[in-house]
Design a protein around this ligand. Structure first.
Ligand SMILES: NC(=O)c1ccc[n+]([C@@H]2O[C@H](COP(=O)([O-])OP(=O)(O)OC[C@H]3O[C@@H](n4cnc5c(N)ncnc54)[C@H](OP(=O)(O)O)[C@@H]3O)[C@@H](O)[C@H]2O)c1
Length: 326
């Protein structure tokens, strides 16, 4: 239950929560692979985390090419990783897509709503590439970042609700019908998708990997407000977040990273868990999210999402994990 001597790969390690978690992992005696979008961001982050944690740089590998919207690039970047065996994977790159209209991406001929693509398809592509390249230690722990938006946050994020699986499929393909696009609501759906993905994966890799969906709760002071109009971003960062933190309704990245490291180390969260703040809140004691949105456990939704991830980023070579157990 300690990260001492273990290798942790973190996607999006250069920003907010990913950066704070990388430093915390190093302070706990772990080693990190900073899997960033570009080599320049990864290299700059390596210098920063080495200095902040006061550790030797041989415990840090910095790699670019982990663009969540580029499965082929992720595969190439994974194949080029130095020969370390990854004990823990933290799939945390993502966030919202700040736009007026729904955005889609075409990945291997499959059209995917962009928020789902960067929060979930990119995670799928990363884990797939690690499996295919034989980079995971037996029994490796996979933590995908969640978010309370997956079951809605009153007054902030609309509870994701779909009339049926076809309705959900249309959202995945970026077909919105009459509903206006609201970036934060789309992020809520992407976090629901991350939970559906984690639930499906947990069943498929039972006994060979540990899979947990984990949200530390609302965080201020990250890049999560990037893309907003400048005045709005300033208002959030300088006024709203300090007040929310003072009221105990949000936290700074260091506190969130401490919780994430508890989860990465296995001190919190068992295989198949979906953990986040209690119903109606965005921060609080870690609570099972499943009773809060019945869709979390809907197997039709899980299958539809999984199929789209496979169409966009390739089939997960689960047989390689079975071979490891055998
Ligand atoms: N902030 C919160 O309240 C909160 C709460 C719960 C969960 N979360 C989740 O925690 C994660 C980190 O959020 P944050 O608040 O720390 O945001 P952040 O500071 O904006 O960090 C996001 C990270 O994801 C990376 N990223 C974004 N799009 C990417 C892409 N297409 N390919 C590769 N990397 C990409 C960014 O890299 P670049 O620098 O290259 O853009 C950055 O490193 C997100 O998944 C978010 O949804 C956040």
């Amino acid at each position: 239950m300690s990260l001492d001597g273990r290798w942790v790969l973190i996607t999006g390690a250069n920003g907010g929560l990913g950066l704070a978690t990388s430093i915390r992992v190093l302070k706990e005696g772990g080693a990190v692979v900073l899997a960033c979008r570009t080599a320049a961001k990864a290299d700059a982050t390596r210098d920063l985390v080495v200095a902040a944690a006061g550790v030797n740089s041989d415990r840090v590998v910095a790699v670019g090419g982990f663009d969540m919207l580029d499965p082929a690039g992720i595969e190439a970047a994974t194949a080029a990783l130095p020969p370390v065996s990854i004990d823990v994977v933290f799939l945390q790159a993502g966030g919202w897509v700040w736009a007026d209209e729904v955005q889609t991406v075409a990945l291997n001929g499959a059209t995917v709503e962009q928020t789902v693509a960067k929060n979930v398809v990119g995670a799928h592509a990363t884990l797939r590439a690690l499996m295919a390249a034989g980079r995971l230690s037996p029994g490796a722990r996979v933590v995908i970042i969640g978010g309370e938006g997956a079951r809605g946050v009153p007054g902030a994020i609309r509870k994701p609700a779909f009339s049926d699986v076809r309705d959900f499929e249309r959202h995945l393909a970026g077909v919105r019908g009459d509903t206006p696009y609201v970036p934060i609501d789309a992020l809520g759906v992407a976090k629901l998708c991350a939970a559906l993905w984690a639930q499906h994966l947990a069943k498929r890799v039972q006994g060979s990997l540990e899979v947990v969906w984990f949200s530390p709760g609302l965080i201020g002071g990250t890049g999560g407000t990037a893309g907003m109009p400048a005045w709005k971003e300033l208002l959030f960062q300088r006024v709203a977040f300090p007040i929310l933190v003072a009221l105990g309704k949000a936290q700074w990245p260091e506190s969130a990273a401490e919780k994430c490291v508890d989860c990465l180390a296995g001190r919190v969260g068992r295989h198949g868990d979906l953990l986040g703040a209690p119903e109606g809140t965005a921060l609080g004691p870690l609570t099972d999210q499943r009773p809060m949105n019945r869709r979390f456990t809907d197997e039709d939704f899980q299958r539809v999402l999984w199929r789209r991830c496979e169409a966009a980023a390739g089939s997960m070579p689960l047989e390689t994990m079975d071979r490891d157990i055998a």
